[in-house]
Design a protein. Structure first.
Length: 419
């Protein structure tokens, strides 16, 4: 017996977005999550200006703004040589986001609001249930999932199963769709501090030879701090994440004074390695969305937007699959979703990978920072692309690359990449 038309595994931004859209369209949706909300999620907690469009669509934007979320005017990226790229969301390039500012909000707050919006639209939500496997019919199609609820094994059945279960998606693995990428292999330590000095209205990324750190006001007197280091440093982190983070921040002369009076307000969460992607984002009876479908690296801060937007796109396909007369028609709907995803995100994937490579090689990021600190127009364009309101094609041109790497006031050579 079916428990729902659509079963969504995972109630993060991707799961909440697809569940909201489907429930609003009258589909019987059941969301299950192993966690109980509000729950933390290791993240730098920045939302691009364009993410606000989907938040508004879900009726969540006002609630998030009222929760005390910080508004960001742009992003500053500091290279190891000290050059700073300053990109603003409001710029002369002629593109405008849904909002002129990005948002910065604790994931505990954001994700609980989004899941509540899915609930309000009519989705049934069960927390504290872990999905352990997919259940297949005699023809091999996915017809449900196996669950573990307080040690008790169970099964949930649905016409369509959606995997929104994040980076290490058990469903993507069981369907043989997940592929871990060999590069980059990085780990993250994430926490919140109070009393960090000089936190402004822009998000900050500080790239160093031994990692990078994202710093931003996250509202209510807290600063989010997300450190990303090569995975080979896992043994140094060992059991004491807080000590490693503390030491890292204080070992960089421009950061140390800013953390002199800082007090850690939340536990240090760890996650990684990150980079993984799916060969395709569907199998008969099931589809993947958000990090379960792909995630590259946190540097560009686009995962939440991709999860929300992917949820919107998958809802259209899942609606068609639920109403399909034949299983073949349902498969066609998911294949079309997969093609549409690739079309929508391909440009961003290229930019993300290019940035990932540049950030991992000090000579390249130093050179790019020297150029972009002198060419604000190019810096604004790049920040607009990562803000999801400037098309990626604007920076995938020879002219743009020449602007970034062809002219430079100063070229600092350094031979210590991190990756
Ligand atoms: C260090 C770091 C910093 C980042 N910074 C940013 C940023 O600043 N801005 C940005 O946009 N993106 C950022 N990202 C990416 C962003 O966090 C993700 O892309 C986003 O959370 C994806 O949403 P999701 O819903 O797909 O997955 P998730 O948010 O991970 O949600 C998945 C949900 O599935 C549940 N789940 C998992 N497994 C199971 C299971 N077996 N059974 C039941 N439930 C399950 C989990 O409990 C969770 O609630 C960052 C990522 C990292 C690692």
């Amino acid at each position: 017996m079916r428990d729902a038309d659509v079963l969504v595994v995972g109630g993060g931004p991707a799961g909440a977005s697809v569940a909201f859209a489907l429930a609003r369209a009258g589909v019987r949706v059941h969301v299950v999550d192993r966690a109980r909300f509000p729950r933390p999620k290791p993240c730098a907690e920045y939302l691009s200006p364009e993410a606000s469009r989907i938040l508004a669509e879900m009726g969540a934007l006002e609630l998030i703004e009222k929760s005390g979320a910080a508004a960001l005017t742009g992003i500053h990226v500091r290279a190891p040589n000290g050059a700073v790229i300053k990109g603003d969301f409001i710029a002369g390039h002629g593109f405008r986001g849904f909002r002129d500012r990005g948002l910065s909000v604790r994931r505990e707050v954001l994700d609980a609001i989004l899941l509540d919006r899915a609930r309000a639209a009519g989705a049934h939500v069960t927390e504290g249930i872990r999905v352990t496997d997919v259940v297949r019919g005699s023809d091999g199609r996915v017809i449900g999932v196996s669950t573990l609820d307080d040690g008790a094994r169970g099964e949930l059945r649905a016409g369509v199963v959606i995997a929104a279960d994040g980076l290490r998606s058990v469903i993507a693995k069981r369907l043989g769709l997940a592929q871990t990428m060999r590069w980059p292999r990085r780990l993250a330590l994430v926490t919140h501090y109070s009393n960090v000095r000089d936190v402004g209205e822009h998000g900050e990324m500080h790239v160093e030879r031994d990692g990078y750190v994202g710093i931003a006001d996250v509202g209510n007197g807290l600063t989010t701090v997300a450190l990303v280091v090569p995975a080979r440093r896992a043994s140094e982190i060992g059991g004491n994440r807080a000590a490693f983070l503390h030491k890292w921040l204080r070992s960089h002369a421009h950061l140390a004074p800013r953390f002199a009076d800082a007090e850690r307000a939340t536990p240090v969460e760890a996650t990684g390695p990150f980079a993984s992607h799916s060969r395709r984002a569907w199998a008969p009876g099931a589809a993947l969305v958000g990090d379960a479908a792909d995630f590259f690296d946190p540097f560009t801060g686009e995962g939440i937007y991709a999860a929300l937007r992917g949820g919107e796109m998958l809802a259209t396909a899942a609606l068609a699959a639920v109403g399909a007369r034949t299983t073949r028609d349902a498969d066609v709907a998911f294949a079309e979703y997969d093609a549409a995803r690739k079309k929508e995100f391909r440009g961003k994937w290229i930019v993300e990978r290019a940035i990932g490579a540049v950030v991992g090689a000090a000579p390249l990021i130093n050179r790019a920072a020297c150029s972009l600190s002198a060419r604000k127009d190019l810096a604004d364009l790049l920040i607009g692309v990562t803000g999801n309101f400037v098309p990626a094609r604007e920076v995938i041109t020879l002219g743009y690359l020449w602007g970034v790497f062809g002219i430079s006031r100063r070229f600092t050579t350094s031979r210590a990449p991190f990756a």
